[in-house]
Design a protein. Structure first.
Lengths: 461, 341
């Protein structure tokens, strides 16, 4: 295993892992803020309990997002030093602003929210949870503008004296449509992720007749937000498709396993490739649908992989410019199908809520839907990042030229295995606590202190 | 604003971020290291954690902002340091992760084994982080092998040298005393007394290590060649404030004792940055290959944009973080009914 491959695996694993926790943080913050606001307005104790209960799950999840986020910021320099040198003039800015504008906000006010109840004015306590939600969503904006720049670099020139890319238009960087499309997609999927968690956990309690009023209200709010969220995800995704078509045609073609340029372009329902993941063996196609995804009509031409490969070789020199198609192709299909499934499920729940859901047989399956947005989020990011390969910055810098040249295979094995073990244990602890708190419900007193004296190792006499 | 002015400004700003981080997270790390030793019962341990519970995460963001600002303002510095100190930073990340997660998870299960495990992870994570940060800064002041292409050519063991270790241990001891002073300021009754007594003991060790560090700095860095024998006011102040800490601990003036350890940390950090300036990564291979604020910085345009951003947001952040400390200024008691879990 060479350092590049190991660095890619490490970055991929730590990033996908980090993003298992982020969407729930993004979405759940708004839910808790809303519930607490309702309590503030109505003094209805049920809303207070709701805010507390969902707030607890929010906190357990938030903690892992925070600690794994530090790794993200360090890794650009640690593993991708040549990338950092080449584009740091541009890419560093949104990262620094993210810390300054968003990390301080969310972490400071989260502390106030957790420790402030009863000690600070109720209004300030309420404001603090809104600021937490705002802070985490703002941080998503800045990191997505940074990522958007990697997909579609704007506002820069190549300085031949310093030998790097330099920022010349900050406004272009922060208005990069790619970043804003990512942002819309991510915020909406965060809402959907939180909604599905609330739907699943609420269903679990409703069928067991625990706190039915509280959980039915939660279920209803989550069904509405879940529908809005998944609808926005789909619409934003469609806009993204068109933008990818314009700016990253290779990603588009590889998502669709489209080998040759077609007009109109068909949509592959099933394509079987060979073992390299880069050659087609057999496919079943829907005519014109890819054209619709790419440019909103059923007739436009969509470039195929072979044609773009030939064009890129002329433009950028010899090399393989085709992403690993088995990943982009299936990543897209998982994301896309689950996105629609989620939308239909929430519509179904909204209809079902007009009747009696407490006794419905299907309710016992609802907790399983929690996993759906997670698969969709993961697939979406993997396809987006893998679809940019071999580029780290589209058209500007290749991954192979971005890695830190001083790292040895041993360095990387130590860190990769270390992160894998550590993250694995964190996942176990997180899953254990999430499940425990979700199942215990809002009435369980979890916080009592315990007499642990004999077991305290190290305490001084 | 001229390019050179901006480069100096950002060197100072990054220095300020590190100094702020050391001052704030310094007592967090100290509190973390002391946790399993000072807390006899679960309630006491919870009380100790609650002294920093509402602020530790915000304090840690100073580190993230320092990292982000280094990336934005001096990408070459960021690239060389982070790739060069690879395994050290990996260990730092492990330390920060196990510590951060433990603050949030330790009370979420009543099992004593669970709580004990996370308490120890807080202590070990805090210790590891403090030791590594101290070692890293000593090495930055001393210089590390860097080639003509700004690439670090050493490995993890290059950083583990006498001066690096002295820097690391001095940092650990000062953070310990800073944490103990903070605890004696924030806790009530018996625990307050115990924290103070502990602070007194650690003070002796911290003073010795600090003096050793001061002497070693003359031997291992180029400070003597560049600045001469007179260290100037800043390093002297670092030692004097640490000495004064002992006086205030004895007089039971916890507030002043805390301020003095804080100042000592601040002056020590400033000293490191003064030794480095205008270099940001000193090359021990060839002085000409050092990274400086001039050859490691971003473009004038980026520095200008970042300056405007900093001008807007730094005051806002300072205002609300300061306000948080004011809000939670009360002492914390280990009585069960008043504890937030």
């Amino acid at each position: 295993m060479d350092p590049i491959t190991l660095s890619r695996w490490q970055f991929g694993l730590t990033t996908v892992y980090h993003f298992l926790f982020v969407p729930l943080t993004l979405g759940m913050g708004w839910f808790v803020a809303y519930m607490q606001t309702r309590y503030y307005q109505t003094k209805d104790e049920a809303f207070h309990k709701m805010a507390k209960f969902w707030g607890n799950l929010f906190l357990i999840n938030f903690a892992i997002g925070v600690v794994t986020g530090i790794v993200q910021e360090f890794q650009f320099g640690m593993n991708w030093s040549e990338y950092s040198r080449y584009v740091g003039d541009i890419f560093g800015a949104p990262l620094a602003i993210e810390a300054l504008m968003a990390f301080f906000l969310e972490s400071t006010f989260l502390g106030i929210w957790v420790f402030g109840e009863g000690r600070i004015p109720e209004k300030v306590h309420l404001a603090s949870i809104w600021l937490v939600a705002l802070g985490s969503n703002l941080s998503a904006l800045w990191i997505l503008l940074a990522n958007g720049w990697m997909q579609h670099p704007v506002g820069y020139v190549i300085n031949t004296i310093t030998g790097r890319a330099e920022l010349v238009d900050f406004f272009a960087l922060i208005t990069n449509p790619k970043g804003w499309l990512f942002f819309g997609h991510t915020i909406a999927s965060g809402l959907a992720t939180a909604s599905f968690l609330i739907l699943g956990v609420s269903a679990y309690h409703i069928i067991r007749k625990n706190n039915i009023d509280l959980f039915k209200r939660s279920f209803q709010i989550a069904a509405i937000v879940g529908l809005v969220g998944s609808l926005l995800v789909v619409l934003d995704g469609h806009s993204q498709g068109q933008y990818v078509y314009q700016t990253q045609p290779m990603k588009m073609a590889s998502i669709e396993a489209l080998w040759n340029t077609e007009q109109p372009a068909s949509f592959s329902i099933l394509t079987i490739g060979d073992l390299s993941g880069k050659k087609e063996v057999w496919s079943l196609r829907l005519p014109g649908v890819t054209s619709f995804l790419a440019c909103n009509n059923f007739n436009c031409a969509v470039q195929g992989v072979s044609d773009i490969q030939a064009q890129y070789q002329q433009q950028y020199g010899p090399g393989d410019y085709v992403p690993l198609m088995v990943v982009t192709y299936w990543g897209f299909r998982f994301m896309f199908l689950i996105g629609f499934l989620m939308m239909f499920l929430t519509i179904f729940f909204l209809f079902a809520l007009r009747g009696n859901i407490e006794t419905a047989q299907w309710m016992k399956w609802v907790p399983w839907i929690i996993i759906l947005p997670y698969i969709a989020n993961m697939s979406g990011w993997i396809l987006t990042e893998m679809g940019r390969q071999p580029w780290i910055v589209q058209g500007l810098l290749k991954v192979q030229d971005a890695v830190s040249p001083n790292l040895t295979t041993l360095d990387l094995l130590i860190s990769l295995i270390g992160f894998a073990l550590l993250y694995g244990s964190l996942a176990v602890a997180d899953f254990y606590l999430m499940k425990k708190y979700a199942i215990a419900g809002p009435d369980a007193a979890m916080y009592e202190s315990v007499e642990v004296e004999p077991a305290l190792i190290g305490a001084q006499d | 604003m001229s390019y050179e002015f901006l480069q100096i400004l950002w060197f100072i700003l990054i220095g300020v971020l590190w100094v702020g981080f050391y001052f704030l997270e310094g007592f967090d790390f100290g509190v973390g290291m002391l946790l399993p030793f000072l807390g006899k019962k679960d309630d006491e341990r919870r009380a100790i954690i609650n002294t920093i519970g509402s602020v530790w995460d915000g304090n840690e963001v100073w580190l993230l902002t320092a990292g982000g600002a280094t990336f934005a303002a001096f990408p070459q510095w960021y690239a060389t340091m982070f790739s060069g100190f690879y395994l050290a930073l990996f260990l730092l990340l492990v330390g920060l992760i196990i510590r951060g997660i433990s603050f949030e998870y330790r009370s979420k299960d009543p099992n004593p084994k669970w709580r004990n495990m996370f308490d120890w992870m807080i202590a070990v994570g805090s210790f590891l982080s403090a030791l590594l940060l101290g070692t890293a800064f000593a090495n930055l002041a001393k210089g590390v092998p860097i080639n003509a292409k700004m690439m670090y050519t050493g490995n993890l063991f290059t950083l583990i040298n006498p001066y690096g270790l002295i820097g690391g241990l001095a940092t650990v001891s000062v953070f310990l005393i800073h944490g103990a002073n903070f605890l004696s300021l924030k806790l009530e009754g018996d625990m307050r007394e115990r924290a103070r007594a502990l602070s007194k003991k650690i003070w002796v060790v911290a003073v010795i290590l600090d003096l050793v560090l001061a002497v070693a700095t003359y031997i291992f860095t180029d400070v003597y060649a560049r600045l001469g024998a007179n260290p100037g006011i800043v390093p002297a102040a670092a030692v004097i404030t640490l000495l004064l800490t002992g006086l205030f601990i004895n007089r039971k003036q916890e507030g002043w004792a805390f301020v003095m350890t804080g100042l000592s940390i601040v002056f020590t950090q400033i000293t490191y940055f003064l030794i480095m300036f205008p270099r940001v990564m000193i090359s021990s291979t060839n002085p000409d290959w050092s990274l400086t604020i001039y050859n490691a910085s971003s473009s004038q345009y980026t520095l200008t944009v970042m300056s405007i951003m900093a001008l807007i947001f730094v005051p806002i952040v300072l205002a609300y973080q300061g306000w948080t400390y004011y809000m939670f200024r009360k002492r914390i008691s280990a009585k069960k009914e008043t504890l937030i879990y």
